[in-house]
Design a protein around this ligand. Sequence first.
Ligand SMILES: Nc1ncnc2c1ncn2[C@@H]1O[C@H](COP(=O)(O)OP(=O)(O)OP(=O)(O)O)[C@@H](O)[C@H]1O
Length: 334
Amino acid sequence: MRAMLLVNPKATTTNARTRNVLIRALGATMELTVEETGYRGHAAALAATACAKGYDVVAVLGGDGTINETVNGLLNPVNGVAAQPSAPGRSTSSASDGDGDPSAGRPAVIVIPGGSANVFARGLGLPNDPVEALGAVLEALREGRRRTVGLGQALWDNESRYFTFCAGLGYDAEVVRAVEGLRGAGRKATPARYVNTALRHYVATDKRRPAMTLTGPGIPTAAGIFMAIVSNTSPWTYVGTRPVRPTPWASFETGLDMLGLQRMGLTSLMPLIQHILTESDALPSGRHLVQLHDEPEFTLTADRPVAFELDGDYLGERESVTFRSIPNALQVLV
Ligand SMILES: Nc1ncnc2c1ncn2[C@@H]1O[C@H](COP(=O)(O)OP(=O)(O)OP(=O)(O)O)[C@@H](O)[C@H]1O
């Protein structure tokens, strides 16, 4: 088996020792090529190359940002750059073999958590520790175990991008933008920093004029949405070891889920926050919530630009984003 290992040396919890353990362990079972990412977007280009060269496996040591780039590289084999998106209602998935399992035409993925939150890795059931995760992956390799997962795809203007666990419009993306600003100034992305930033930013976010409307084939139109969380899996994120589950029914094996908030006041938010921090499988309840489960496609349109994030990466302000489920997109060795 030929494998390419992508290492982001700048990811929060990645270090040379872990990288060397990984190289030795994976190198003992596969023909391994090691590549370090040198800049933003590099993982996408490397993954696209691995796909074009017929590698069997792409392994990633890094955080959710590097995983996201890798996945986009695997699904966009031309340099990891998205082709012009097709009209809503038609999948742009670039599977090479169509027969119901597009994942079979792409390298399988190995994920070793090396970032700050590692939501994708943990959502797959991997331990958050890189060496323990490696143990689980080696077991999967020995037993020939793989899991086929679906992805989400976001399409806006003339762009598109796949996501592994979530996308968001509104307050949540405003918080991601603020934390990215702090990281740019040299601060680390810790759970406490996210919580503090979210609390501080709550004062500033617009709680009076909701901007968004939800539409989609077979979906009742819902207006007056302040923020929307779009999920390809659950948990949505973690605060330390505690999972946060606004869309508890979301899974890699189903379409996309969404939670939209039509009120942002504290009396509406507090019970919701309490609920999503519990282990309950029940959907959050409330008349101010708009919820979708297992949907193939829907669109959020805003009457003014709203902040947009995807897999924890801030992607600017947008007025319309279509979300699609891409079933059976990838095989993961887990
Ligand atoms: N050599 C590099 N120098 C600077 N940035 C890089 C380099 N290689 C990759 N990157 C960028 O760093 C970003 C963040 O990396 P990554 O997600 O792996 O780690 P993280 O930010 O610590 O984890 P998380 O996403 O869980 O917070 C990625 O989006 C990637 O584009």
